[in-house]
Design a protein around this ligand. Structure first.
Ligand SMILES: *Cc1c(COP(=O)(O)O)cnc(C)c1O
Length: 510
């Protein structure tokens, strides 16, 4: 309601009450005005009513919601289902304009404003999280792998002769595929073992640059966040190399925003050397549904070039989700989540170390990895290789998700490339192990339950060793009472990533 509405309203109810109501409304509006003016994440989170007021006001600015609109084009923001319209707060036009995801959409002032504000708020959050000198970023409705592809495709125009991407090995399929999809040949640089940690072989990277020739290399593609015992790449040294040889440097920072250490590496890399862009997942860092990423960097024109690579218009959903999320958390709420995550890492570390000792295993010593931890499964492996894979399936049936059991020798082919020791980031890591991560939003209860269930599984496997009775068979027998076995197996095929389904032979063969 505007002031005229309030004046006429005084005919119906007392002006004093209305004036108080109008004042209350102004408090919401004031928050919205400050946000539009500053383009920064408000320190304190907003009430849901303020957020909804804001979103409704934005939607009313889009042509599909104009009362007198008469659309005769092929894309007029018509949506058949009211449920779908409400799911999107009636923001139907998406973002961008043919040929540039950052461009203003004339039919949709509200969606365009939403897009600009989300990007500007995101830039603020990246700075707050540790990359203080980042100058430019945009949210793209593609997950991390495809966003990396977009970066590589943008570089292609600058480096028409380049065929290769130098990639310190990380056993994660989407980042590997991001290079293949862009049409480049990944040149895998094996990691070096330092203590328990797998670290970047910077010398091998330099030797490869010299061997292949600078102009034949599209870029160096490095990684921060990763599963232990791999640790974040030596970003600073790689950045210095890239600067020395004038080779672009793209950093995969998939779930690194939540770690001040990963963000610090990027900040330092850009200060001392060269980082052209760094890419992070929206869902992994901001607790929103899967589907978006942030492409960020230190050179506005390069980041703009990437946004211009995106053909056509794009979904506004990831931007809308993260806008709502950050407005409700506020910068203080987000910082609190980061703080809790760090504390939970310390707690998980202690609990996992204690449990490891009970079973004569040990926590892998990977101090450079700020998120993921590894616990050796050396004893279990000596018991039998099958016991290691069995542990994987036991954890799965106990509804522990995200814990990866990594057997020592596993060969896997990804898009025609064969990796020895796949999942372990190395051809021959010395032992099998189990991973667990302290990611944003994790609670103490999650750690406690995980440790309890892992303890149960390890105890059962120990008993099996002593008695010779296969525990997973009796365990699977339990499952059949709840679910027909064939159906279970079929469902597992659907829900499991390829690497996990491999560790479930005992279930499939029942
Ligand atoms: C999650 C992740 C990716 C890719 O993720 P998508 O968002 O699924 O494309 C790439 N690299 C690493 C290290 C990851 O953790």
């Amino acid at each position: 309601m505007n002031s005229e509405s309030f004046s006429v309203g005084e005919r119906l109810i007392s002006g004093a009450y209305l004036r108080q109501g109008a004042q209350a409304r102004r408090a919401h509006e004031q928050l919205i005005r400050v946000f539009i003016e500053q383009g920064k994440c408000p320190e304190d989170g907003w009430d849901e009513s303020t957020i909804e007021l804001f979103l409704n006001e934005l939607a009313i600015l889009d042509s599909n919601n104009f009362l007198g609109n008469c659309g005769v084009g092929e894309r007029e923001g018509r949506v058949a289902s009211g449920l779908v319209a409400r799911r999107h707060y009636r923001l139907i036009h998406g973002i961008g304009r043919s040929g540039d995801i950052a461009a203003i959409q004339p039919k949709a002032a509200g969606s365009s404003l939403l897009n600009k504000l989300t990007n500007s708020m995101m830039l603020d959050i990246l700075k707050v999280s540790g990359v203080r000198s980042v100058t430019s970023c945009f949210v793209v409705p593609l997950a991390t792998g495809m966003s990396l592809t977009l970066c590589f495709l943008t570089l292609r125009h600058e480096r028409p002769k380049a065929k290769y991407i130098i990639w310190p090995r990380i056993d994660q399929k989407s980042c590997f595929k991001s290079m293949l999809t862009a049409g480049f040949e990944p040149v895998v640089i094996e990691n070096v073992l330092e203590g328990d940690e797998l670290r970047t072989d910077v010398k091998a990277v330099e030797a490869k640059i010299l061997e292949l020739g600078v102009e034949n290399i599209l870029c160096v593609h490095s990684t921060t966040s990763c599963f232990a015992p791999r640790v974040p790449d030596r970003i600073e040294e790689l950045a210095v190399l890239c600067s020395k040889y004038s080779i672009p440097h793209i950093v995969n920072n998939a779930y690194g925003v939540q770690s001040s250490k990963c963000m610090h590496l990027i900040q330092q890399g850009s200060r001392l050397g060269r980082i052209d862009a760094f890419v992070q997942s929206l869902d992994k860092n901001f607790m929103v549904p899967v589907g978006g990423a942030i492409v960020a960097g230190f050179n506005d024109s390069f980041i703009e070039a990437i946004s211009k690579m995106y053909p056509g218009r794009a979904s506004a959903s990831p931007s809308l989700d993260v806008l709502i999320t950050l407005l409700s958390l506020g910068a203080s709420g987000y910082k609190q989540l980061l703080k809790e995550r760090k504390e939970m890492y310390g707690y998980l570390l202690i609990e996992l170390r204690n449990l490891a000792e009970v079973y004569k295993e040990r926590l892998l010593d990977t101090p450079h990895n700020p998120i993921s931890l590894g616990m050796s499964l050396k004893n279990l492996e000596e018991q039998s290789g099958a016991a290691v894979t069995q542990l994987g399936s036991m954890l799965f049936t106990r509804q522990v998700s995200g814990a990866r059991v990594v057997p020592r020798v596993s060969v896997q082919t990804v898009s025609g490339y064969t990796f020895t020791g796949f999942m372990s980031h190395s051809n021959h890591y010395p032992c099998s192990y189990l991973n667990a991560a302290s990611a944003i939003g994790m609670k103490k209860l999650d750690v406690d339950l995980f440790i309890k269930r892992l303890d149960k599984c390890l105890r059962a496997l120990k008993k099996q060793k002593n008695s010779g009775v296969n525990v997973s068979e009796s365990e699977n027998a339990n499952c059949t009472t709840k679910l027909h076995m064939g159906e279970l197996s079929e469902r597992l095929q659907d829900v499991l990533p390829a690497e996990t389904s491999e560790v479930l032979p005992s279930i499939e063969t029942v």
